[in-house]
Design a protein around this ligand. Structure first.
Ligand code: G1P
Length: 300
């Protein structure tokens, strides 16, 4: 039987320079999508998939993430006094159970692979999930839940994949898929950020992984790339080449918002806003007006 996936790692140490000045004093993971911090969406996805323990790899200036996943006693008392019990209940639902969060720091910006390696002791010797919080993946079931289904069937390592236009592949890890078709694909090879025009396909690694703990052995000995970063994908290639390891891919059919980009972040706000019956009519009206004013201006 497949060993249960109990723990998820969230690398949240990045400086968020693309969102300056918003991220000068506030972690990018706390920027709001409608009225919830971006990181909450990713934690919710993990919770829905049955994750019990949430491991955050943080850095300096990230302490409010820890506060966000803690009880705010004064706020709770105020909400009780003001009889806002529904809001209080929602806040409590967002919290992982007591003792089920861990925080460790990536002391130097040495790349995603290094951030994952920092979680090694907290993960221990068991398979785990890894969720990159920049990628907000919207679907009814939840991307990680779908990956869990494949994991229970096939075990090994599972990655989420998504098709992008060929001219965007250089921004991501890209895979070459093999034959298997029933719900999941076999991963033959992977390459991190291929030079434009050299990608083996347009299927990218879209930020969700289920990994066997042997990944840490490869990460530990991984030499940094030309930019001084330890790449997770390079360690995954080695793990994939190991005799007893297999990588399967889930081609995600929901919508992914790359919130590492400003356009993706704004689109996520609109998409989640439109999900809210209290907001949707007004958003649609505003958007219609904005688009027609924009079209009018550009037609001149
Ligand atoms: C990382 C991974 C890359 C993946 C991407 C998804 O890149 O290294 O393989 O496709 O996340 O967002 P980064 O965005 O950290 O440059």
């Amino acid at each position: 039987m497949a060993q249960r996936i109990r723990k998820a790692v969230f690398p949240v140490a990045g400086l968020g320079t693309r969102f300056l000045p918003a991220t000068k004093a506030m972690p990018k993971e706390m920027l709001t999508i409608v009225d919830r911090p971006a990181i909450q969406y990713v934690v919710d996805e993990a919770k829905k998939a049955g994750i019990e323990h949430f491991i955050f790899v943080t850095g300096r200036n990230k302490a409010v993430i820890e506060d966000h996943f803690d009880v705010q006693v004064e706020l709770e008392q105020t909400l009780i006094q003001r009889d806002k019990l529904d809001v209080l209940e929602e806040l409590r639902q967002d919290l992982p159970k007591a003792g089920r969060t861990s925080f460790t720091r990536q002391q130097q910006p040495l790349g995603l692979g290094h951030a994952v390696l920092c979680a090694r002791d907290l993960v221990g010797h068991e398979p785990f999930a890894l969720l990159l919080p920049d990628m907000i993946m919207k679907s009814d079931k939840g991307c990680l839940s779908e990956m869990m289904e494949i994991y229970h069937e096939r075990q090994g390592n599972i990655v989420a994949l998504e098709e992008v236009p060929m001219n965007e592949t250089h921004k991501y890890g890209v895979v070459k898929k093999g034959q298997r078709q029933n719900g999941s694909v076999e991963i033959e090879t992977m390459i991190e950020k291929p030079a434009p025009g050299t990608a083996p396909s347009n299927l990218i690694l879209s930020g969700r992984y289920i990994l066997q703990p042997q990944i840490f052995d490869y990460l530990e000995t991984q030499t940094p790339d030309s930019g001084g970063e330890i790449q997770l994908t390079d360690a995954m290639i080695k793990l994939n080449n190991a005799q007893d390891q297999e990588f399967s891919g889930l081609i995600f059919k929901g919508t992914t918002y790359d919130c590492g980009s400003k356009a993706g972040f704004l689109a996520a706000n609109i998409a989640y806003g439109l999900d809210r019956p209290d907001l949707a009519p007004q958003i649609i009206e505003e958007l219609r007006e904005l688009v027609s004013a924009y079209d009018g201006k550009t037609a001149q």
